[in-house]
Design a binder for this molecule. Structure first.
Ligand SMILES: CC(C)(COP(=O)(O)OP(=O)(O)OC[C@H]1O[C@@H](n2cnc3c(N)ncnc32)[C@H](O)[C@@H]1OP(=O)(O)O)[C@@H](O)C(=O)NCCC(=O)NCCS
Length: 147
């Protein structure tokens, strides 16, 4: 598995990955185009045998202080092999900010376990943020060496 910066050339594969990972919550086309083209975004793909098997995007909102992980997904057949962890740590490195935040559906225990193992801590909830009235859990990690 290798990790590379993603570009607009990855549009088709990223749309596929989004749909497989998030089904009805997958981003619309315009959001996928935006995440592959806007500035201030660290976008990385995990590749095995030429195929995109994972993707992460982190958006620097308020440099050098704060960034948000906008999305992370790994194709089901490639999960539990450390790819999500590798994407997250490489993205955190690339963002280089003091604090990284993210939101996750309450009940998405796999993702929450991953984030907590990385040192993310809950700082709040957004009630009924997701489709179906599911709350968002907001997590944050501090990088004290970057202060
Ligand atoms: C969340 C996701 C990105 C994790 O990717 P991954 O490549 O499987 O992650 P890793 O293999 O690096 O797992 C890291 C840790 O996360 C936790 N974890 C991930 N999947 C898990 C599962 N199915 N069951 C229990 N723990 C899990 C474990 O602590 C794991 O460490 P371990 O394997 O040493 O026990 C992946 O499950 C996914 O794409 N899910 C669907 C999309 C999604 O929900 N994204 C998050 C939106 S906020």
């Amino acid at each position: 598995m290798e990790i590379f910066p993603a570009t607009w050339r990855d549009l088709t594969e990223l749309r596929h990955l989004e749909q497989v990972c998030f089904q009805k919550d997958a981003w619309p086309l315009l959001d996928v185009i935006a995440v592959l083209s806007f500035s201030g975004i660290v976008r990385l793909k995990a590749v095995i045998d030429g195929q995109m098997v994972g993707f992460i995007a982190g958006e620097i909102r308020n440099p050098p202080e704060l960034a948000w992980i906008a999305t992370i997904g790994v194709l089901p057949a490639f999960r539990r092999q450390g790819i999500g962890s590798a994407l997250l740590s490489t993205c955190e490195e690339g963002l280089g900010v003091e604090r990284v935040r993210l939101s996750v559906r309450q009940g998405n225990e796999n993702a929450i376990r991953l984030y907590k193992s990385f040192g993310y801590q809950q700082i709040g909830t957004w009630p009924e943020y997701y489709r179906g009235g599911i709350d968002a859990v907001v997590l944050e990690k501090h990088f004290s060496d970057r202060l």
